[in-house]
Design a protein around this ligand. Structure first.
Ligand SMILES: [Fe+2]
Length: 197
């Protein structure tokens, strides 16, 4: 059974003015869809044809299959990392953030700095290890925390296709808009509860 492109978890214009429906029509409808379509061609007729996406990510060796599987996984995770509705971390996640960064503001600044400062294409993540300790990391190209034994909580896509239509070359404006207005702390809190369980 082929993998399918998951629907966006909100209306295409829900993230405006920060991220436009025009951007999402390309980013979700073209870029994300291409990763899913390419991966389906690669797994067709192989033992991974019916595997869930995270199993394909873990099984794939470096190269085109890993890149397409990881990018399919990363983008679904990215859509769910944002919401037009304001939210705050759960008490357990807030406590872990305070322990690691001193404050929520400091954690968001660390995430923002990682996103803005990342050289080239990639991703900036808030992650937790299996003990529940949170940190910020960035990964290049399609790489992701799952490949490093870490649990992703939030992500910001810093490939140019994520922001060029709305912000041109101004990555910092795009990152600031996400950090100030779109981070989905409800979803991050659910993900953290699953790590700590
Ligand atoms: Fe992307």
């Amino acid at each position: 059974m082929a993998l399918t492109l998951p629907a966006l978890p909100y209306a295409p214009d829900a993230l405006e003015p920060h991220i436009s429906a025009h951007t999402l029509s390309f980013h979700h409808g073209k870029h994300h869809n291409a990763y899913v379509t390419n991966l389906n061609k690669m797994i067709d007729g192989t033992p991974l044809a019916d595997a869930p996406l995270d199993e394909i990510v873990k099984a794939a060796t470096p190269g085109p299959m890993f890149n397409n599987a990881a990018q399919a996984w990363n983008h679904t995770f990215y859509w769910e990392s944002m919401s037009p509705e304001a939210s705050t971390p759960s008490a357990p996640l807030a406590a872990a953030i305070d322990a690691a960064f001193g404050s929520l503001e400091a954690a968001v600044k660390a995430l923002s700095d990682a996103a803005v400062g990342h050289f080239g294409s990639g991703w900036a993540w808030l992650v937790a290890d299996s003990a529940g300790v949170v940190s910020v990391m960035s990964t290049h190209d399609a790489d992701l925390p799952l490949a490093h034994g870490l649990h992703a909580l939030l992500v910001i896509d810093v490939w140019e296709h994520a922001y060029y239509l709305d912000h041109q070359n101004l990555r910092a404006a795009y990152v600031t808009a996400i950090c100030e207005s779109l981070l989905n702390w409800n979803r991050a809190s659910e993900r953290y509860a699953a790590v700590a369980a």
